[in-house]
Design a protein around this ligand. Structure first.
Ligand code: NAD
Length: 490
């Protein structure tokens, strides 16, 4: 708490960053940046328009086609990225504070987890810029010599969600730039503050004009403009599955590369031979960290019948002790959800669960005690009596709600785990290595945690979602394209 300084928030509107310069939005509008813990306006930002997206795309296009960035060596590009990492590190507390104030994450967890991850993105990709790969292939009978190269995609539009804006921007922008692309970052209308602050670091590092641009705004169509723009070579979206479907349609007209990291409804399977105490602890973290607003949250707990009662009793006991509180307090476990509209959506899901016949064993209500009543606080919520066909077992709630389902056999656990449209992540708890590996192999999801929930972010690990959870690859090569060169040997 002592490290926090509210004057880190600037009083004048945060500006867009286009072509190496800070600028007001072309129509002069501003939007309010609101703290979900109080619903008070804490800052304002220039409200970007389609015209601003067009300006940023023109700058990024010119920087890619004619500027030095894609023509530099990886080593030279890496030097810029390392400087971003250094400046982020020097300002860690400010960034953790801004992220907490803007999107309702707790300051302590943001400082402890998101900031090191964000810094690591730039450090990792600074080194990675020097080893982008390529391959030589033998051609039959020595008639041809063939090599293939990885090249940047060109101009990349990076569209971000509100639920981890700083870490996600840092991981993605660092990879995009290391690969030699130029980029337009389009933060979420509900989480742009740290991306706008990050633009100040981009300015200080003095990237060549147009290499990195940040255009925020309230109009959800800003993203669509980027996707449909003929001068954008690739669009990468992290967001909801419904948005991903729209992006695929919008991209069809310009046949551009699309990478989508989308929603999840992730099972966390507890087998009867698991270390129950350990599993309960991680299950709580998996389901309620950031109020369940994490794409890989373990929002469906599947408990094998012999340990069902023991696990549930411990779970309810420990979850009821979580401290709901101000995001800036060090001992807060559960903060607010992002907006009043999202709060309503989560509460509507809780009502639906009850109407569907699920049993609400804990929580389920908006917090109405002062001063938390001003913010978007929902009690950590546990449902039992959940059957696989219920809405609350199928749809991504993206709030502090966990459903609990019993199962008898390994086959039944797999059927429930795989019986949703999503395929992002899963947890598996067992002391039996064969069972762990066999189950991991049979779950249709891109990330599996064995005897854990969540993992350290591995920047080149292929964590692409399966099924409706994503498409388009992971790591730096997601932002690159291959070229194959054939030389005829005379
Ligand atoms: P969202 O889909 O509402 O918005 C994401 C971004 O897309 C925003 O910047 C928004 O302005 C933009 N957008 C909206 N409509 C668009 C359109 N038609 N064309 C282009 N852009 C458009 O998602 P959100 O509520 O900000 O974020 C939460 C969602 O993101 C959850 O579903 C979560 O699971 C998912 N998510 C996934 C991952 C992952 O790695 N798979 C990571 C974080 C969040």
């Amino acid at each position: 708490m002592s490290q926090i300084n509210w004057s880190w928030i600037q009083s004048e509107p945060y500006q867009l960053f286009i072509n190496g310069e800070f600028t007001n939005a072309s129509e002069g509008g501003v939007f309010e940046i609101i703290n979900p813990a109080t619903n008070e306006t804490i800052a304002t930002g220039s409200d970007g328009t389609h015209g601003d997206i067009d300006r940023a795309v023109a700058a990024a296009r010119a920087a890619f086609d004619h500027g030095p960035w894609p023509r530099m060596t990886g080593k030279e590009r890496g030097r810029y990225l390392r400087r971003v990492a250094d400046l982020l590190e020097a300002n860690q507390e400010k960034f953790a504070f801004l992220e907490a104030a803007d999107v309702g994450k707790t300051f302590a967890r943001t400082l402890d987890y998101a900031l090191p991850q964000a810094i690591d993105g730039f450090e990792y990709h600074a080194a990675k810029a020097r080893e982008l790969g390529g391959e030589v292939r033998q051609v039959p009978e020595g008639t041809f010599f063939n090599y293939h190269l990885w090249e940047p995609m060109g101009v990349v539009g990076e569209i971000l969600p509100w639920n981890g804006p700083l870490m996600m921007a840092c991981h993605k922008v660092s990879a995009i730039l290391a690969a030699g692309n130029t980029v337009i970052v389009k933060p979420s209308e509900n989480g742009s503050l740290t991306n706008l602050e990050l633009a100040k670091i981009f300015a200080e590092v003095d990237f060549p004009p147009g290499v990195v641009n940040v255009v925020a705004g309230q109009n959800r169509e800003l993203g669509a403009r980027l996707v449909e723009h003929p001068a954008v070579d690739m669009v990468s979206l992290t967001g909801g599955t419904e948005t991903g479907k729209k992006v695929l349609q919008q991209a069809a007209g310009t046949v551009k590369k699309v990478a989508l990291e989308l929603g999840g409804k992730n099972p966390n399977i507890i087998f009867d031979d698991a270390d129950i105490e350990d599993a309960v602890q991680w299950a709580i973290y998996g389901a309620f960290a950031d109020q369940g607003q994490i794409c890989v949250s373990g929002s469906r707990l599947l408990l094998q019948q012999p340990v069902y009662e023991e696990f549930l009793e411990l779970l309810v006991d420990k979850v009821s002790q979580l401290k709901i509180g101000d995001t800036m307090d060090d001992d807060t476990d559960v903060g607010p959800v992002i907006t009043p509209a999202h709060e309503k959506k989560v509460l509507d899901y809780i009502a639906t669960g009850q109407q569907e016949g699920a049993h609400l064993v804990l929580g389920g209500k908006k917090v109405t005690t002062t001063p938390l009543d001003k913010g978007n606080y929902i009690e950590p919520t546990i449902f039992t009596g959940v059957t696989p066909n219920m809405c609350i077992a199928q749809e991504e709630i993206f709030g502090p709600v966990v459903t609990v389902q019993p199962f008898q056999t390994d086959e039944e656990a797999l059927e429930i785990a795989n019986g949703v449209e999503y395929g992002l992540a899963a947890g598996i708890w067992t002391r039996d290595v064969d069972r762990a590996i066999r189950t991991a192999g049979q779950i249709r999801a891109g990330q599996i945690y064995l005897n854990s929930y969540f993992s350290p972010a591995m920047l080149d690990s292929p964590t692409e979602g399966h099924k409706y959870s994503g498409v388009g690859g992971a790591g730096i090569h997601k932002y690159m394209q291959e070229k194959s060169v054939f030389l005829r040997m005379k």
